[in-house]
Write a protein that binds this ligand. Structure first.
Ligand code: GTP
Ligand code: MG
Length: 242
C-alpha cells in the first residue's frame, strides 16, 4: 500500500553514542499528512537530533519512531528514504551539475520537473542566469554557489523526489524575509497532502503552522498553535521576543 506519511514519535529517548546524557528525553508527538508541524527551540535544544531520527541517521535507545504505524527501525534506510525527504541544516551538494544534484534520488525527473522544483524553491532566476543553466557545474560541497543558493538547490532536490514526508531543518534561515515568505507560500501549494515538518529559527516563518512543538533541553515543553503558545507558554514567548 502506498505510504500516507503519518509520522509518530512514541516516548523516544536518544543520546549520541558515548555521550553521558540523552539529548532527547521521552519525546512523543504526531505529525499528520496535509499539515505542517513546526519545531522551535533554542540552539542545542535537540531539534536536529529529533528530525534526524526520522530518516534513521540515528536510532533511539528507547521508544519508537513510526511512519504509518510501522516502526522505522524495521525499514532499511533506502525504504525510509523513498518516503522521507530531509533537507539538512548543512545542505550538501555533490560535484557534478545543477541537474545531477537535483536528480539525486529521482533519476527519472524531467527538466520540466527540475524547473518546477526550482520555481517553488525560489531558485529559478539564479539558475537561469547561469551560463549553462541546469548543466552548470557544481563543485564538491557546492562551494561555487552561495549559502542561500545551496539551501535553495537542496530544497529543490527534495521537491523533485516528491516524498510523502518533508523535513526542513532550518532550511529558510539563509533567505531574506521576503524570499522566505514566497518560498513557503509556493511550498504550501505543492506539498499538498504530504506531511511537512519544519525546524525554524525565525518564528515568523512558522506562525501559520498547524502545530508548533517547543523543544527545550531535549524535552517538548509546549505544543499548540502560535496563538495558543503565545498565550500560555513562557518558553515560546521568550523565543518570539528574542
Ligand atoms: P541548533 O541547530 O543550533 O538550533 O540546535 P539543535 O536544536 O538542532 O540541537 P542539536 O540537536 O544539534 O544538538 C542537541 C545536543 O546534541 C547538543 O548538546 C549538541 O551538542 C549535541 N550533539 C549534536 N550533534 C551531536 C553529535 O553528532 N555527537 C554528539 N556527541 N553530540 C551531538
Ligand atoms: Mg539544528
Amino acid at each position: 500500500t502506498p505510504a500516507v506519511g503519518l509520522v509518530e514519535f512514541r516516548n523516544v529517548t536518544f543520546g549520541y553514542p558515548g555521550a553521558e546524557r540523552p539529548v532527547l528525553d521521552n519525546v512523543s508527538f504526531t505529525a499528520e499528512p496535509g499539515k505542517t508541524t513546526a519545531i522551535v527551540g533554542s540552539t542545542g535544544a535537540g531539534k536536529t537530533s529529533l528530525i534526524n531520527l526520522i530518516p534513521r541517521l540515528y536510532d533511539p535507545q528507547q521508544g519508537e519512531v513510526l511512519i504509518d504505524g510501522v516502526p522505522v527501525s524495521s525499514l532499511t534506510r533506502a525504504q525510509v528514504s523513498s518516503v522521507v525527504g530531509l533537507v539538512s541544516q548543512k545542505p550538501y551538494l555533490f560535484s557534478g551539475t545543477i541537474a545531477s544534484n537535483l536528480r539525486f534520488g529521482r533519476a527519472s525527473a524531467t527538466d520540466d520537473d527540475l524547473w518546477e522544483a526550482l520555481r517553488v524553491a525560489q531558485g529559478e532566476d539564479f539558475v537561469r542566469n547561469k551560463a549553462k543553466g541546469l548543466d552548470d557545474p557544481i563543485s564538491q560541497g557546492g562551494t561555487n554557489v552561495s549559502g542561500g543558493q545551496r539551501q535553495r538547490l537542496c530544497i529543490a532536490r527534495a521537491l523533485v523526489a516528491k516524498p510523502r514526508v518533508y523535513l526542513f531543518d532550518d532550511s529558510f534561515s539563509a533567505l531574506d524575509v521576503s524570499t522566505d515568505a514566497r518560498l513557503r507560500e509556493a511550498l504550501g501549494e505543492v506539498t499538498g497532502d504530504a506531511t511537512v515538518i519544519i525546524v525554524a529559527q525565525r518564528v515568523s516563518s512558522i506562525t501559520d503552522a498547524d502545530q508548533i512543538l517547543v523543544v527545550d533541553d531535549g524535552v517538548i515543553v509546549g505544543r499548540g498553535t502560535h496563538e495558543e503558545l503565545v498565550e500560555r507558554n513562557e518558553t515560546y514567548r521568550q523565543i518570539v521576543e528574542s
